[in-house]
Design a protein around this ligand. Structure first.
Ligand code: PMP
Length: 355
C-alpha cells in the first residue's frame, strides 16, 4: 500500500499522474517510443510543452493578460539570480521570511542595492512581518508566499505600484489569489506540480527589457520567451509530468476546488495540534500558519521515540522537521488526501492515550 507521504519536497504527486507518467516512459502516444527518447522538437513533445504552458496560465487566470509561462531549469534557486539579472537596475525591496528569501536576497545583492523591508529572522522566522513600507523608487518588490521550512504563509500581499515578484515554489496552485497582482511568479516544480528538474516562471512581458546590463542568453527571460521555452533542450520528463498534474488539477475542479480540500486538511491537523496537550505549533501567530507545511513540536522529548515508532508503523513518510527548525513538519500538498491527514491525527491521539 502507498505510504501517507508528508514529504516537504520532492513530494507526493497524484497516483493517476504517476501511472500515466510511467506508461509514457515505456510507450508515449502509442508510437512505440519512450517520451524520454524522442526529440523535444517533435510534434508530440512540442504539444506537451504548449499544453503545460497554457494550463499553467489558465489555472492562474492569467491567459490573454500579457503573461508568458516558461518551464526552465536550474530550480527556483536559479530564479533568485535570474530575477535580479533581468529586473534589478539600481535597487530592489525584499521581504525576508525565511531561508529561501534570504538566499534570494543574497543573490540579488550582486546586482544592486538591497532594501530588506521586513524580516522575521529575529525569531527564527516563526512569523510573517506586517506593516512594512515598500519604497516607490525600487525596481521591484520580492516576497516568498509560503515558507516551506518554517511553515508560515503570506495571507495577503501588498498593493504596490512597482513590479511584484513572488517565489511560490511551495504553494502554487494551492489557493485562489488575484495572480494578476504579480508581475513575475516562479516555482520549482517539485511540490504541487511535478518532479524536480523544471521551474515554472510566469512573467508579464512588459516588465522585461528595462535593465541596461547585458544578460547571457540562458539567463534572459526574453530569449526563453522568444523560443517558446525551447531555447535549449527542456527537461522533457518533468515538463510532461507537470502537464499531467495540471490536467489532473483541472479534472478535479481547478485551484478553487483544491483550495477547499487544502483548507479542510489544514484545519484537521491544526485543530489537533492545538487540542492535543502533547504538541505545540511552531508558528507564533495562527494567522501566519501555512496550509501547505504545518510545523509542530512535541512538548516532551521523552515521547519522541514512541511517536516516531507510531507514525512509521502507520505508514507515514517524511514527517521530520527541517534541521534548522527541528520537531515535525507535515507537508500537505495538493495531492495528499484528507485521509492521510486523518491517519496522522489518529496517531497523535493514540500517543496521547498511551502517554
Ligand atoms: N523557494 C522555496 C519556497 C522552496 O521551498 C525551495 C525548495 N524547497 C526553493 C525556493 C529552492 O528550490 P530549488 O531546490 O528548486 O532550487
Amino acid at each position: 500500500m502507498k505510504k501517507h507521504n508528508f514529504s516537504a519536497g520532492p513530494c507526493i504527486l497524484p497516483s493517476s499522474v504517476l501511472e500515466k507518467a510511467a506508461s509514457a516512459v515505456r510507450n508515449f502516444n502509442d508510437d512505440n517510443l519512450s517520451l524520454i527518447e524522442i526529440s523535444h522538437r517533435s510534434k508530440p513533445f512540442v504539444n506537451v510543452m504548449e499544453r503545460a504552458r497554457e494550463l499553467a496560465l489558465e489555472h492562474l487566470g492569467l491567459q490573454n493578460k500579457g503573461y508568458k509561462a516558461l518551464f526552465l531549469q536550474g530550480g527556483a534557486s536559479l530564479e533568485f539570480l535570474m530575477v535580479a539579472y533581468n529586473l534589478l537596475e539600481k535597487k530592489a525591496a525584499y521581504l525576508n521570511t525565511g531561508t529561501w528569501s534570504s538566499k534570494a536576497i543574497k543573490e540579488a545583492k550582486h546586482f544592486g542595492e538591497m532594501i530588506e523591508v521586513g524580516s522575521s529572522a529575529d525569531a527564527n522566522f516563526n512569523y510573517i512581518p506586517k506593516n512594512y513600507n515598500i519604497p516607490t523608487d525600487v525596481d521591484y518588490f520580492h516576497c516568498t508566499s509560503n515558507n516551506t521550512i518554517f511553515g508560515t504563509q503570506l495571507q495577503s500581499f501588498p498593493d504596490v505600484s512597482i513590479p511584484m515578484v513572488c517565489d511560490m515554489s511551495s504553494d502554487i496552485f494551492s489557493r485562489v489569489l488575484d495572480f494578476s497582482k504579480f508581475d513575475l511568479i516562479y516555482a520549482g516544480a517539485q511540490k504541487n506540480m511535478g518532479p524536480a528538474g523544471t521551474t515554472l516562471v510566469v512573467v508579464k512581458e512588459e516588465i522585461l527589457g528595462k535593465v541596461t546590463r547585458h544578460i547571457p542568453s540562458m539567463l534572459d527571460y526574453k530569449v526563453h520567451i522568444s523560443k517558446d521555452s525551447m531555447f535549449n533542450t527542456p527537461a522533457v520528463f518533468p515538463v510532461y509530468v507537470s502537464m499531467l498534474t495540471l490536467e489532473w488539477l483541472k479534472e478535479n475542479g481547478g485551484v478553487a476546488a483544491i483550495e477547499t480540500i487544502n483548507n479542510k486538511k489544514a484545519a484537521l491537523l491544526y485543530n489537533e495540534i492545538d487540542r492535543n496537550p502533547l504538541f505545540k505549533g511552531f508558528v507564533a501567530n495562527k494567522e501566519d500558519r501555512s496550509k501547505m507545511n504545518a510545523t509542530f513540536n512535541l512538548l516532551e522529548d521523552g515521547l519522541k521515540e514512541q511517536f516516531d515508532t507510531l507514525w512509521n508503523a502507520a505508514g507515514i513518510n517524511g514527517l521530520n522537521g527541517h534541521r534548522s527548525v527541528g520537531g515535525y513538519r507535515a507537508s500537505m500538498y495538493n495531492a495528499l488526501p484528507l485521509e492521510s491527514v486523518q491517519v496522522l491525527v489518529d496517531v497523535m491521539q493514540e500517543l496521547e492515550k498511551n502517554a
